[in-house]
Design a protein around this ligand. Structure first.
Ligand code: PLP
Length: 436
């Protein structure tokens, strides 16, 4: 594969940008090599600056649920931009998108748009503190909620990929009110509540821990969090930035009949443009300025172009047959991978939920099923080196998977059974090479 242009651009980028990238996981540091610079995307494919075309399983890290440059989304963006790029004043599209989301999520009466998932979770935490008049928050190790200081304790995603024990620059005072518990284990959380129950403002969790790979919650885990929060007057914050309109329609709260006090959304709701949100029940949301005294703001919040892209995307992706198509493909992909790995005696753990999926290569077969259930078992069991070889092999054969063993993959409505078949054929060749 010729990647001369990408490499030349990377050299230039490294001169003017730290590590040549604007977000760490893009750097390929988790798998080795240097990043490919992308030129364009069409449907399920992305094409790099050297003209190499890939079936894309990253899809901008989730937002592009309809694939690249979907005609209706492009048209909506074009039409909206002809009317002006933004006003710093309310526009009709933000009312429409808010109405759509309020309709979709039973536990959201009101919603506030921001520009990134980081802002959404950061604001939800501030709101939980304002509402409860308490200071402590609880998160789970290996979960990632963006890069707000207080949430960078034992975080997943890029922090995990780069093996950063802690983030430099985060003052001890910023994380001293953050308590961390293991994912999928209620005992520690119960102990934290016993010790600090009166001071815990909220517990924040990813419904599926998809920033340390792909870890499904054990039955009763999320319900247990909800119950403990209710018992102690703390808010239950469900971070659906990644899972919203991906793991289920509209999200895991509905699928698993949860009643979070606050939900954070991002990625798909902006259709590929910067947009995220936090929402919840009216009595809580009424604490947000200008009605209440929890201040939160943004120059570009509710940007009309992002709203148009989000509306066009959601109108399309909420069609049940379309979502069923994506879910089926994701399932076919992971089932096929599992079967082939078994045939080659390679230990893997795969899973999918809706249009998201995960693939772990395990260091050894495990008696415990599933082998990987939390950040501790990720670190102990996951074979990053084999993932890196997998990543590069698949890339060479035209398939773009996440450049880190700790990130989830995605399919879009533009992917087909044929793409999955081709992917599985390449995967089989990879396994044959690994076990030769
Ligand atoms: N929450 C979750 C669950 C995420 O996966 C992410 C990003 O991947 C974020 C929050 C942060 O979103 P953003 O990267 O838009 O700031």
């Amino acid at each position: 594969m010729n990647s001369n242009r990408s490499q030349a651009l990377y050299q230039q980028a490294c001169q003017v940008t730290p590590g040549g990238v604007n977000s760490p996981v893009r750097s390929f540091q988790g798998v080795g090599g240097s990043p490919l610079f992308m030129q364009k995307g069409q449907g399920p494919y992305c094409v790099d600056v050297d003209g190499n075309r890939f079936v894309d399983y990253v899809l901008s890290w989730g937002p592009l649920t309809l694939g690249h440059a979907h005609p209706q989304v492009v048209q909506a963006v074009q039409q909206a931009s002809e009317q002006g790029l933004g006003f710093g004043a309310p526009t009709p599209a933000e009312v429409q998108l808010a109405q759509l989301l309020v309709q979709q999520f039973a536990c959201i009466d009101q919603i506030r748009f921001v520009s990134s998932g980081t802002e959404a979770t950061m604001s939800a935490i501030r709101l939980a503190r304002a509402y409860t008049n308490r200071c402590l928050i609880v998160k789970f190790s290996g979960c990632y909620h963006g890069h707000a200081d207080c949430l960078l304790a034992q975080a997943g995603s890029g922090v995990a990929t780069l093996s950063l024990p802690n983030c430099a620059g985060v003052a001890a005072s910023s994380v001293q009110n953050t308590l961390v518990a293991p994912f999928n284990q209620l005992r520690t959380l119960q102990q934290l509540f016993t010790q600090h129950g009166h001071d815990i403002a909220c517990v924040i969790v990813e419904g599926i821990a998809a920033n340390m790979g792909f870890v499904l919650p054990k039955p009763g885990f999320l319900q247990g969090i909800q119950q403990l929060c209710q018992q102690h007057g703390s808010l239950f914050v469900l971070d659906e930035v990644m899972t919203g309109f991906r793991a289920a329609l509209p999200g895991l709260a509905t699928l698993w009949q949860l009643q979070p006090d606050l939900i954070t959304l991002g990625k798909v709701i902006g259709g590929g443009l910067p947009c995220a949100a936090y929402g919840g029940k009216r009595p809580i949301m009424q604490h947000v300025a200008p009605v209440g005294n929890m201040y939160q703001a943004g120059t570009l919040s509710g940007n009309p172009i992002a709203m148009a892209a989000g509306l066009a995307t959601l109108k399309e992706c909420c069609k049940p047959p379309l979502f069923a198509h994506m879910s089926q493909l994701a399932q076919q992909l992971v089932t096929g991978m599992q079967q082939q790995a078994q045939q080659h005696n390679v230990a893997v753990q795969t899973n999918s939920q809706g249009s998201m999926f995960g693939l772990y290569f395990l260091r050894s077969p495990s008696h415990q099923q599933p082998a990987v259930t939390d950040w501790h078992t990720v670190k102990r069991q996951v074979d990053n080196k084999r993932y890196a070889r997998f990543f590069h092999f698949m890339l060479q054969h035209g398939f773009y998977f996440p450049p880190s063993a700790y990130e989830a993959g995605f399919v879009s409505s533009a992917h087909t059974a044929q793409h999955v078949q081709q992917t599985l054929q390449a995967f089989s060749r990879f396994l044959a090479k690994e076990t030769k």
